[in-house]
Design a protein around this ligand. Structure first.
Ligand SMILES: NC(=O)c1ccc[n+]([C@@H]2O[C@H](COP(=O)([O-])OP(=O)(O)OC[C@H]3O[C@@H](n4cnc5c(N)ncnc54)[C@H](OP(=O)(O)O)[C@@H]3O)[C@@H](O)[C@H]2O)c1
Length: 381
C-alpha cells in the first residue's frame, strides 16, 4: 500500500469531520432561525379599535389584542402600513353601514408580510409581500349578495393592527415596484379608480378624462389616465394642489371654487368635445356638471358623495348621446390583480401626502377631515 493511499482516508476523515461540523452548525443555525421566526410572532399586539360612543359614532382607542395563529387556509400577516379613505371617517362618525358592531378594527387598506401560514395554504408562503382585498369574499366576476359583510374595516375587522389573520383568498401579491407604504394605498381608492376607468370604463389613449378633487380616488385616476396616454382634467378647491396635479401630468386644471360653472371650462379645455370618462366622487352637487361635461359615448363612473349622495340621471339624454353610467363599489380580487399588473408594467407610484407613525393615527384621521392633503394618507406600523 502506498503512502498516498494511506493518506487519502485520513484526508477524507478530516473532510468528513469538517463537513459534519459545518452541517451541524448549519442545522443549528436553521433551527435557531426557525425558532427566531416563531419567537418573532408575539402572543399579543397593539391595535386600534373603534369603540361605540353614545348613539352615533365611535371613538378610536389603542388596545392590546391577541395575535391569532392561522388556521387551515389562513395566513398571518405582519401589517407594515395602512392607509385611510374618506369612508374611514364616515365609519368613525357612524355614517357608514358596518352592521350592529360595538367595536371594530378600522381601515380597509393595508399591506405587510406573510409571517406564518396555516395548513393547506397554497397561494402564499412566509416572506411574501401582500395587500388585503377590500371585500374579502369578492374574488372575481359579479359581486356576491352579502358584499358589505366581508368589507375590511366595516363588516370585518380591518388593517389598523400590527397583525391580522386572513383567508389566503383575501390577499394579493404587492406589485414589485411598490414599498409597503405605497402598496397600502391600493385596495380601496386604487381598485375603485381602476374599475371606473378600465373595467367598467373603456379608457383609450387620447381620451379626455375628468377627475373631481385631489383625493385618493381622483389622484389614482390621474395617474392611470396619464399612464394610458389619456388627457386628465382635474378640479380642486386649491390652486396649490392643482399645481401639484399639473406636475403629475394633468392636461387641464380647474379651481371649482373660483370657477363654479366648471363644466363650461371642461368643454372649453376639450375644444367642445367633452370628456370620455368621469370618476364621479362629488355626488349630488357635481353630477349635473359631470353630465354636462360628457362627450357623446362617454362614461360616468358613479363612485362617491363628497357633497352628499343623490342627483338625477337624465334617461333620455343618456340614450340620445349613447352615454353610460355605472355604479362602482371598489371591486374584486381579480380586478385588484389586473390593476397590480398595470401598476408594475407602467411603474405607477401612488401619491402619498403624509406618513404617520402608529401612535399618531388620530392625527392621520384629523388630516383627512381637514381636506389639507393630496392623494393618500398612510400610517406606518
Ligand atoms: N364607491 C366606491 O367604491 C368608493 C371607493 C372609494 C371612495 N369612494 C367615495 O368617493 C369619494 C372620494 O373618496 P376619497 O377617499 O378619494 O376621498 P378623499 O381622499 O377624502 O378626497 C377628498 C378630496 O375631494 C375633494 N372634494 C371634497 N368635497 C368635494 C366636492 N363637494 N366636490 C368635489 N370635490 C370635493 C377635495 O379635494 P380638493 O381639496 O382638491 O378640493 C378633498 O380634498 C368619497 O365620497 C368616498 O366615500 C367610493
Amino acid at each position: 500500500m502506498s503512502s498516498s493511499t494511506l493518506r487519502l482516508p485520513a484526508r477524507s476523515l478530516a473532510s468528513l469531520v469538517l463537513l459534519t461540523a459545518a452541517w451541524l452548525a448549519a442545522g443549528t443555525a436553521i433551527a435557531a432561525e426557525q425558532a427566531d421566526a416563531r419567537q418573532a410572532i408575539p402572543a399579543t399586539q397593539k391595535q386600534y379599535r373603534l369603540v361605540r360612543s353614545g348613539e352615533h359614532g365611535y371613538q378610536l382607542q389603542q388596545v392590546d389584542a391577541p395575535v391569532r395563529m392561522p388556521g387551515p387556509h389562513e395566513v398571518l400577516v405582519r401589517v407594515n402600513a395602512a392607509s385611510l379613505n374618506r369612508r374611514d371617517v364616515f365609519v368613525m362618525k357612524g355614517q357608514y353601514p358596518v352592521g350592529q358592531r360595538d367595536s371594530l378594527v378600522p381601515l380597509s387598506d393595508g399591506a405587510g408580510e406573510v409571517v406564518a401560514i396555516g395548513p393547506g395554504v397554497t397561494r402564499f408562503k412566509t416572506g411574501n409581500r401582500v395587500a388585503a382585498i377590500f371585500f374579502q369574499r369578492w374574488l372575481s366576476g359579479r359581486p356576491p349578495a352579502d358584499l358589505p359583510s366581508s368589507a375590511l374595516g366595516g363588516g370585518m375587522d380591518g388593517m389598523l393592527t400590527q397583525y391580522t389573520t386572513l383567508s389566503e383568498e383575501g390577499l394579493v401579491a404587492l406589485p414589485k415596484n411598490l414599498s409597503y407604504e405605497e402598496g397600502a394605498t391600493l385596495p380601496c381608492a386604487g381598485v375603485t379608480a381602476w374599475n371606473g376607468l378600465f373595467t367598467r370604463g373603456r379608457i383609450q389613449a387620447g381620451d379626455y378624462v375628468l377627475l373631481e378633487g385631489t383625493g385618493g380616488v381622483s389622484m389614482f385616476g390621474l395617474q392611470f389616465a396619464v399612464a394610458a396616454g389619456a388627457k386628465p382634467i382635474i378640479t380642486s378647491s386649491s390652486d396649490e394642489k392643482l399645481a401639484r396635479a399639473k406636475a403629475l401630468g394633468a392636461f387641464g386644471t380647474i379651481n371649482y371654487r373660483t370657477t363654479p360653472e366648471w363644466d363650461k371650462s371642461v368643454l372649453s379645455l376639450t375644444g367642445g368635445v367633452g370628456v370620455h370618462e368621469v370618476l364621479e366622487v362629488g355626488g349630488k352637487d357635481t353630477l349635473p356638471r359631470a353630465l354636462a361635461s360628457l362627450a357623446p359615448g362617454g362614461h360616468i363612473a358613479l363612485i362617491g358623495g363628497l357633497g352628499g349622495f343623490g342627483g338625477t340621471i337624465p334617461a333620455l339624454s343618456i340614450l340620445d348621446r349613447n352615454e353610460s353610467v355605472s355604479g362602482i363599489y371598489v371591486g374584486s380580487r381579480e380586478n385588484f390583480e389586473a390593476m397590480n399588473a398595470y401598476i408594475a408594467a407602467h411603474n405607477v407610484k401612488p401619491v402619498i401626502d403624509q406618513v404617520f407613525d402608529f401612535k399618531d393615527a388620530p392625527a392621520a384621521y384629523e388630516l383627512m377631515e381637514s381636506d389639507k392633503f393630496l392623494g393618500k394618507i398612510v400610517i406606518r406600523l
